[in-house]
Structure formats: structure tokens, C-alpha cells
Design a protein around this ligand. Sequence first.
Ligand SMILES: Nc1ncnc2c1ncn2[C@@H]1O[C@H](COP(=O)(O)OP(=O)(O)O)[C@@H](O)[C@H]1O
Ligand SMILES: [Mg+2]
Length: 228
Amino acid sequence: MNAIALSGVKKFYREGDGIVHAVDGVDLTLAPGEFASLAGPSGSGKTTLLNLIGGLDRPDSGTLAIDGVFTNDRSDDQLAELRLQKIGFVFQAYNLIPVLTVFENVQFVLQAQGVPEREHSDRIAPILAELGLAEMAHRFPTQLSGGQQQRVAVARAIVGNPTIVLADEPTANLDSDTAAALLEMMRRLNRHQGITFLFSSHDPMVFDRASRVIKMRDGKIHEDARRD
Ligand SMILES: Nc1ncnc2c1ncn2[C@@H]1O[C@H](COP(=O)(O)OP(=O)(O)O)[C@@H](O)[C@H]1O
Ligand SMILES: [Mg+2]
């Protein structure tokens, strides 16, 4: 079974009198455990595609399945539940909650999933340790560097044991050392826990480490290169 399967997916936006074909007929499957990147110039549809896959948005046509579950005919609540259980999303702007500590930002997911409170520390502590954030657990996002905030965003994306992590330009705001460390860490999670990763990026460092680079232009996939 595919981790992600899209067939003929389209998403249009109205802009003034015209229509923008943000995603324009995408067929794409990712097998479980892939470590793949979307590439393409700004405006080529990468974010829109990730949002569709992540169930943050719905396609205008085409079908989409996550772990074999077709999402088209799901209600908004069912889609939110599927997202909560199966997908971790790392937003480009991190989207951390400023009034919560690092620990609480990550804990938020477990609360939403209904994981019993007594299990939270045992779930969160090893992830923060793995990400080099153990000392930061009680800090607030504004007390962290950009790279640290990005790692908290990754911790939040993986704490719920997702099968898929989607990350929109995860290295865009990081210096090259921090970006390399973050990619290394995501690769470890990919190898050890079998999590499927799909990034969007402009960053050659991301493409070098990806096992597959899917190039987009004008809302379409025009090249799909696998590497070993
Ligand atoms: N909410 C929106 N409303 C109108 N147009 C949008 C919206 N989101 C994206 N677009 C347009 O869709 C196209 C693809 O955008 P996007 O998916 O953000 O590309 P990328 O992430 O590759 O830069 C662009 O032309 C963009 O202007
Ligand atoms: Mg984008």
C-alpha cells in the first residue's frame, strides 16, 4: 500500500478575474519509508500540494489517499482526525504557540490525540533529547534560535507517531550547519522509525540527501528522479 497516492489532483485559486492553476493534474505515489523532496521555483505549487496531501486543503478534482484511506469523501472532522493520527506537518514559519513552552508545544499533539497525561513525559523526553532540545523544554519559543524553533516544530510533527511527515521548506531559514544537522536527524527518524518524509525545498543540500527529487513547474510534475 502506498503512503501517499494522488491521481489527477487539481487545485485552482481565483485571483481577480483570472484563475491560478496552483496544482494542475498531479499523479504521484510515495511508498512507505521514502525520503523525497519537491523542488521547483517559487509559485510552482509546492506548498499547495503539501497542504492538499496534509488535508489542510481539499482538491478541486482528482483523488488523494493517505495510507490507503481516500480523503475525498471524508468530512472535515474525519479529515482532521486522519491528519491528527497519521500526519506530522512542519510549517515553513514553524507555527509554534508563543504562550506555551517547548514541552507544552509538543504535548499539545498528545493532548489532542487523547494520550493519557501520565505517558506524556515518557513520549516527549526522548524526542527532545534526540533533537538536542532537552535543556530547552521549559523555554518559550521566543527564547530560542531559529534552528531550535525549527527542531521544536519537528518534535511536534513526530511526537504523535505519524506515518508521514510533510515539511514545507524546512531548511529555508537555517544556516548550512544547522540545516545539515536537521536533515541528518530527519534521515535518522526516516531510517529507524520508517516514517515517510516529503519536503518542499529550494535547497541543494536537501536534494543531495533525498532519495527522490520531484520537480514541479506551473503546478505540474515535470521530472521525478529516484536515487539510491
Ligand atoms: N490562497 C491562495 N490564493 C490565491 N492564490 C494562491 C493561494 N495560494 C497559492 N496561490 C497561488 O498558487 C500558485 C502556487 O503557489 P504555492 O503553492 O505557494 O507555490 P510554491 O510553494 O511552490 O511557492 C502561485 O501562483 C500562488 O500565487
Ligand atoms: Mg511554498
